[in-house]
Design a protein around this ligand. Sequence first.
Ligand code: NAD
Length: 259
Amino acid sequence: MRTDLSGQRAVVTAGAGGLGLVIANTLRREGADVYVCDVVPEAVHSLPDGIFGSVVDVADPEAVDAWLVPIVSDGVDILVNNAGIAGPTAPIEDITTDDWQRCLRVDLDAMFFTARRVIPPMKAAGKGVIINLSSTAGFLGMPHRSPYVAAKFAVVGLTKTMAMELGPHGIRVNAIAPGSINGERMDRVIAAHAKSDGITEEHVRRMYTLGVSMASFVESDEIADMILYLTSDHARSISGQLLAVDGHTETLYPRGFSD
Ligand SMILES: NC(=O)c1ccc[n+]([C@@H]2O[C@H](COP(=O)([O-])OP(=O)(O)OC[C@H]3O[C@@H](n4cnc5c(N)ncnc54)[C@H](O)[C@@H]3O)[C@@H](O)[C@H]2O)c1
């Protein structure tokens, strides 16, 4: 497979750390000029050459506009809506309104804030690729993670609708469902789950693996490679899909195992 993103302009939200940084580095390696935002200033100010960072909270539509409008005025080829927080880990009745709304705001609303700014220049160019990060929690339920699951399911509906609106303009829109990615974020998720259920972290990690046919976590570069494929001409007929890179998740919550 060949990819060459020379001359292309890519935007990646939450791209100065975690999965977003791996995605940004991958797109840059293939020649794209990459624009990222993140909420951690030190991370934004230590990005490699060719990756241009700004301190922006994607949950703030005015800040997103101030960041994106000047970038897209010179054109934009790729948008990766990567930002997404884990949100609270608790039974529904114990979740605060603020925690619920913050999770929906970052994981769902922000995709609308960015998409509405990149779509006009993409339509004018008659081409573009948009990729939204969902999750295995975007097609399977998971107790104690209700706002995250609700947001990630909604991302799939948003993706399918965007694909319908934008397909006639040559713009492809897909969602990705990563499985559990080895790294700090999953370490934090596992710790929160263990605390909420009163079980050990090792128990939770085994539980997450048990629900996967291939009995494994995934690596960030597997997700970045799928994104790279979707940006390429090899994927020219792929739109409106939720593509899982997860070793086939059967369930996020094997009943009885958490007891
Ligand atoms: N890590 C996993 O196992 C996993 C699994 C499935 C889906 N996902 C999804 O993949 C995406 C990336 O996850 P990750 O593992 O890199 O997460 P992460 O928690 O490691 O965060 C990555 C980056 O997001 C930034 N960030 C957080 N809030 C932000 C905001 N409001 N505005 C801008 N930047 C912000 C952080 O500073 C950090 O640099 C998310 O949408 C997540 O839901 C991750």
